[in-house]
Write a protein that binds this ligand. Structure first.
Ligand code: ZN
Ligand code: ZN
Length: 584
């Protein structure tokens, strides 16, 4: 009895010491580090829903880059003063994430150097738009924050001009377009907000004056870029938009820590393309008599599949009905998820379907707008573009793409149980570090995974039409990976890229044009869909095989999402009860 008591005391003391280490870690990095991080990055803070430093605007000059550098080095050394082996699994994976994040930001400053060659890095509009359109505080308080922030805009653009050196023409033109668009944020709507506010006349005068100066600085920056672009066009020596193999591989590794290499994923995607095309061909053969009927069947596989898809695309609603169609779809998807025990939903966080607000209307037909980790109580919206606001031919081309066979798959991805459900679980995750430094491959991968999982559960009644459309949609993710790597690391030409997208992935001319533009302006991001999906799907299949009859799909999904948006390999280690730190 005595002995046992002593054992109890000893193990209790051990547990307490252990808890202290983890609590210390969370306090130092989950709180103190993040507070300091937001002071260094007020724009990112606003996006995360942290408004304490919203009045600050960092002037992107050499001094601030030095400070950033200093800051990252300092926190890296503080992080490495903690031995990851001493932490529990949850904190250890935070340690891994933070280590990756800090090293990535140093790499961006020192190696990637987009601050030099990517003039679209500089644009003040987004943070101002968020402050003006998010009701996190009364209007007067938000306008005073805007007033404070505006003071730095002219210095901001002066520093931008000084930083830019031999940019790409593609990013230069994007910066011109986006900064001209930014002028809208400082236009008539803002004047109306000021008129309806309780600001005194002195504040109003100062605000009016600073808005004029900001508009002037933005206009001047766009004009300056315009003449720089003309010069680049003339001397023909602009930097290439292609990242090059070495930088690409490094960037990919930061985006997918602990996982697959860029080259490996590229090879997997190429093989996956061929598998998907065989499935599509079999479905096209099956559907041919029903859908195309008497027309002669082409020998060319791409043409045959394309014709069946073309016929199925006729099946869509009218432009004025689309928002209502999506609104009706949601409860149907929710019901399916619950009835088929796929994952627990949170009835206290209803998703609101609305017309995309005018200032956010762009290229996307629907998207989730969700609160950041500091404001998890705020509403989540599913913005849907009101198609009757578009010219008829544009609306028709959207609707042929988002037809009745395709749209449910798309809404599964965006909302139920895709992005919306994942974000609710992520915001609930106890780790603020994981919520803040969310991994794109995990986030996009989950959405792509949820499409497959819903169809596998029988949603859509296993209709061959639905599956064919699903494979077309999924082929897009796979092709994105092939395209991104081929363009940035293997110098794929524009002509070859168009052939890959239109002839071999059934994309419209318009979609392919948009994709070509996107791959010129971004890198690695396009791989996140397939990178995340393939890792999640492979892991699920592994667990299913191991657990056999005991495998519980609902429990698997809930546990997987409970770790927040950590990289898939980190989640896998946590779910298996080990951390990859053990191997180091
Ligand atoms: Zn997505
Ligand atoms: Zn490690």
């Amino acid at each position: 009895m005595y002995r046992r008591l002593q054992w109890t005391v000893i193990s209790l003391a051990g547990a307490l010491a252990h808890a202290d280490v983890n609590a210390d870690f969370q306090q130092k990095f989950g709180d103190t580090f993040l507070e300091a991080y937001w002071r260094m990055n007020p724009d990112a803070a606003i996006v995360a829903g942290y408004y304490k430093v919203a009045g600050e605007l960092v002037v992107p000059d050499a001094r601030s880059r030095d400070e950033q550098h200093q800051f990252l080095k300092e926190w890296l050394s503080k992080l490495h003063a903690v031995k990851p082996e001493s932490l529990d699994a949850a904190s250890r994976s935070d340690w891994v994430l933070l280590d990756n994040q800090l090293r990535m930001e140093l790499w961006q400053l020192d190696e990637q150097r987009a601050w030099q060659w990517s003039p679209d890095t500089y644009n003040v509009a987004n943070s101002f738009a968020l402050l003006l359109n998010t009701e996190y505080a009364p209007l007067d308080q938000r306008l005073r924050t805007v007033l404070e922030r505006l003071a730095h805009v002219p210095a901001y653009y002066a520093a931008a001009k000084a930083a830019i050196h031999n940019p790409t023409r593609e990013h230069t033109r994007l910066a011109i377009e986006q900064n001209r668009g930014a002028l809208e944020v400082f236009g008539a709507d803002l004047d109306k907000q000021i008129a309806s506010s309780g600001l005194n006349s002195r504040e109003r005068a100062l605000l009016t004056q600073r808005i004029a100066a900001a508009r002037q600085a933005i206009q001047d920056y766009a004009d300056w870029l315009e003449s720089l672009d003309a010069q680049l066009a003339k001397n023909g020596q602009a930097r290439s938009f292609r990242l090059g193999r070495e930088l690409y591989q490094q960037k990919f590794a930061f985006a997918n820590p602990g996982g697959i290499s860029a080259e490996e994923l590229f090879h997997n995607a190429q093989q996956e393309r061929l598998r998907v095309l065989s499935k599509m061909e079999a479905l096209a053969d099956e559907l041919w008599p029903k859908v195309v009927a008497h027309a002669p069947k082409p020998a060319d596989r791409f043409e045959k599949i394309g014709q069946v898809i073309g016929k199925l695309s006729n099946d869509h609603v009218t432009p004025d009905r689309y928002v209502a169609y999506v609104r009706d779809l949601l409860p149907q998807l929710e019901g399916w998820v619950t009835d088929h025990h796929l994952i627990a939903l949170d009835p206290t966080k209803p998703l609101v379907v609305r017309d995309t607000p005018a200032y956010e209307r762009g290229v996307s037909i629907a998207s989730i707008e969700s609160p950041g980790p500091y404001d998890p109580g705020a509403r989540t919206y599913l913005n849907v573009l009101p198609l009757d606001t578009l010219p008829l031919d544009q609306a028709e081309s959207f609707l042929r793409e988002y037809n009745n066979w395709m749209s449910p798959v798309f809404i599964i991805h965006e909302a139920m149980p895709g992005h919306y459900v994942q974000l609710i679980y992520a915001n609930r995750s106890p780790s603020r570090i994981k919520a803040v430094f969310g991994n794109s491959s995990t986030i996009e991968g989950w959405a792509v995974y949820s499409e497959r999982m819903m169809l596998e559960s029988g949603y859509g009644g296993n209709a061959p039409e639905r599956w064919l459309m699903y494979w077309k949609w999924y082929l897009r993710s796979v092709t994105n990976t092939v395209l991104d790597y081929s363009v940035h690391a293997l110098r794929l030409s524009e002509q070859e890229a168009f052939k890959l997208l239109t002839q071999e992935a059934f994309q419209s001319e318009k979609e392919a044009t948009g994709k070509w533009r996107r791959v010129q302006l971004s890198s690695v991001q396009l791989t996140s869909y397939y990178a995340g999906f393939s890792q999640i799907y492979d892991y699920r299949e592994r667990v299913r095989r191991q657990q056999g009859a005991h495998f519980d799909l609902k429990l698997f999904h809930e546990r997987f999402l409970s770790y927040g948006s950590a990289p898939v390999p980190v989640i896998v280690e946590l779910m298996s009860g080990t951390c990859h730190c053990n191997r180091e």
